[in-house]
Design a protein around this ligand. Structure first.
Ligand code: AKG
Length: 305
């Protein structure tokens, strides 16, 4: 009985307000990220993992993009041994539980304010036996993909579903780099995974590996330089992530900027899948979802779809 009461108390656990201490906020402002240990419940992450496996095995779902590891496509492997990413699942009611989890959103609120729109969501799997070039994620900044600003009002949550370290391809970050510019992103030599753009010529910067246990969440700024190494183990490396923006972020025209290459790719792919012409900002508005607070600029489509 006592054990059941303790379990109930923990399952309803909600951290006291404010969700971050002053020191944690200062750390985020100086470094562009903050790691919160034991942040998301094991039960919720098990449910997310099972949903991923079910989707890999063909279960009906509301996920817009299912991606396969380019180096494993022709090797006869299937399911979670092949699929390396689910993307844009904000209307999948099971995966939405992570995106809207108070343990995540309370911290996001401390970082970007009370009106929160989820703009991008990913379940990232690194299966065993993938080639290194396919399994690693090159150094990049997430803002490269986003036609909305300001950068300070956009942050990511990234939660480990199992232990992640240098062996299975943990995240690495360049602390403080969120105070620099948005760099040019292109496809690195030999890379095959679609849209995995990277920044060339910054290999001299000192990386910090973010080693995490199941349930730990790292929150990071949209300009933070980061990436992840290859999975060199025989197991998987699974994580779930969401990008949140202040709903009042404004949209920008990226024509003539370093983001023009990704705009072209995203718009072309969306038009191919949807069969209709669409503007870059409307791609983001269409797939986003209000999480908390008042609606804003994401909730108004700017043009005819
Ligand atoms: O999970 C990873 O390995 C890297 C994910 C990432 O940085 C991204 O997709 O922007």
């Amino acid at each position: 009985m006592f054990k059941i009461l303790i379990a109930m108390a923990y399952s309803n656990f909600r951290r006291p307000y404010p969700a971050l201490t002053v020191q944690q906020k200062i750390f985020y402002e100086e470094n562009g990220y903050i790691l919160i240990e034991n942040n998301v419940s094991s039960e919720l992450l098990d449910e997310m993992k099972q949903r991923f496996i079910d989707i890999c095995n063909g279960k009906e779902n509301q996920v817009l993009t299912v991606m396969k590891d380019a180096s494993l496509k022709h090797k006869g492997v299937k399911g979670e041994y092949l699929i390396n990413k689910l993307q844009d699942f904000l209307y999948d009611e099971v995966l939405w539980k992570y995106v809207s989890d108070d343990n995540v959103v309370d911290i996001v609120q401390e970082l970007i304010g009370p009106n929160i729109t989820a703009a991008h969501s990913m379940f990232i799997n690194k299966p065993p036996n993938a080639e290194a070039e396919s399994s690693l994620h090159p150094l990049h900044q997430d803002l490269h993909y986003f036609p909305f600003r300001p950068a300070d009002k956009i942050c990511a949550s990234w939660t480990a579903i199992e232990r992640v370290d240098e062996n299975n391809g943990c995240l690495y970050v360049i602390p403080g780099s969120h105070r620099g510019p948005l760099y040019n992103h292109t496809y690195p030599e030999g890379f095959k995974n679609k849209m995995y753009h990277g920044i060339q010529g910054l290999d001299h910067l000192k990386k910090t590996n973010v080693v995490m246990e199941k349930g730990d969440t790292v929150f990071f700024h949209s300009l933070l330089l980061h990436g992840s190494g290859p999975n060199r183990t025989k197991g998987f490396r699974k994580a779930i992530s969401c990008h949140y923006a202040d709903s009042n972020c404004h949209f920008i025209n990226v024509k003539g900027t370093s983001q023009e290459n990704i705009e072209k790719e995203i718009v072309e792919l969306t038009e191919k899948l949807g069969g209709v012409a669409i503007k870059f900002e409307d791609v983001w508005k269409t797939k986003s979802r209000l999480v908390r607070g008042k609606p804003g600029n994401f909730q108004n489509l700017s043009s005819h779809l």
